[in-house]
Ligand binder design. Structure first.
Ligand SMILES: Nc1nc2c(ncn2[C@@H]2O[C@H](COP(=O)(O)OP(=O)(O)OP(=O)(O)O)[C@@H](O)[C@H]2O)c(=O)[nH]1
Length: 320
């Protein structure tokens, strides 16, 4: 929603910068002589040029990364003014501007004014961040208090997943589910010890998190079982993703069984009732989870039986 506004702001910043970069030297060129080459201090030019370029980079980062608002405006105005000061300083190294009294005054002002405005912006940014941190803490506390976060992997747990699944079903947007279960994890615990088992679970959780887009969700569903909700997913993509995760995860030194499902696009809200009832959504969620769990059990049954003599060699290997 903010993209057009952001692009407009970026265009304004670029436009204004280009205007300053071209117009000011042009004006100076007409009114003041340029310095002779031996008079030019190249080190000063390099240092002041670098300050100007860095200031412009910060400006672009602020404009592109920050949401609209008072703090952003202060940061942008402060930085723009600072950049202007640096730029005028730079021109000072090329033109003999001492003959222009107005320029002398004009050159000195933008940097301190810019830094003052920037300081105000940073101060308010600090306050804003404190509010954001408080909100995040409250949310985290909520999750912890309601036992929605798994203590080992720090992922959402099954209860939280069901909550997200219900929300997703209520939105009636397409999505896909992938379930992964580590193979022979019981043996892994026995062979390597519970501590190594915990580490493997954390590694898998972390790795899965890095493979997903920000709109997707991975949760620890049970002991060695993870579940993923892919937003706006279509069948070929979900199956490809499931395959990629299955083979990618072997780099961590274990193998997983993977199953996936796409909910049918039918309306899950009871049409006979005037207001949406919770029951059908809950039923739908339970049915989906049951389907995945059944598919998983079936896949585990279809596996090659584990040869007890080769357990240590074949089921687990060194992480790559
Ligand atoms: N280290 C560790 N082990 C856990 C944790 N939670 C569950 N487990 C163990 O995970 C094992 C899961 O065993 P199973 O459900 O038989 O799974 P499996 O051995 O992978 O067997 P298959 O799924 O059929 O391949 C059990 O031995 C649990 O004790 C945990 O938080 N840490």
């Amino acid at each position: 929603m903010h993209y057009p506004v952001k692009s407009l702001r970026l265009a304004c910043v670029y436009g204004l910068s280009l205007l300053i970069i071209f117009i000011v030297p042009l004006l100076l060129w007409q009114n003041t002589p340029a310095k002779a080459i031996p008079q030019v201090d190249w080190l000063d030019i390099a240092a002041e040029g670098a300050l100007f370029v860095l200031g412009m980079c910060w400006l672009m980062v602020i404009v592109s990364a920050r949401p609209l608002g008072r703090v952003t405006n202060l940061l942008v105005v402060g930085l723009a003014s600072y950049c202007l000061g640096c730029y005028l300083d730079l021109l000072d190294e090329i033109f003999i501007v001492k003959t222009l009294p107005v320029y002398n005054w004009f050159e000195k002002m933008p940097t301190p004014i810019g830094l003052l405005i920037l300081t105000c912006g940073l101060w308010l940014w600090r306050d804003e961040q404190a509010v954001v941190n408080r909100q995040l803490q409250t949310r985290e506390q909520f999750y912890r208090q309601h036992h929605l976060t798994d203590g080992l992997t720090l992922l959402n747990d099954a209860k939280a997943f069901e909550h997200h699944l219900l929300k997703q079903l209520a939105q009636q947007q397409p999505f896909g589910l992938i379930m992964l279960d580590i193979d022979y994890f019981h043996q892994y615990n026995q062979l390597q010890g519970a501590k190594e088992g915990d580490k493997l679970l954390s590694d898998v959780a972390q790795w899965l998190s890095t493979q997903l887009r920000s709109q997707d969700l991975v949760c620890r569903y049970a002991g060695d079982r993870f579940i993923i909700l892919l937003n706006g997913a279509i069948a070929p993509w979900v199956s490809t993703m499931a395959e990629q995760l299955k083979y990618g995860i072997t780099a961590l030194g274990c193998e997983v069984s993977v199953v996936w499902a796409l909910p049918s696009p039918k309306m899950v809200v009871d049409k006979l009732s005037s207001e949406p009832t919770k029951r059908p959504l809950k039923d739908e969620a339970q049915a989906l989870l049951k389907l995945l769990n059944e598919k998983m059990s079936q896949q585990k049954l279809n596996r090659q039986p584990l040869n007890p003599q080769t357990t240590t060699v074949s089921a687990f290997h060194e992480p790559r």
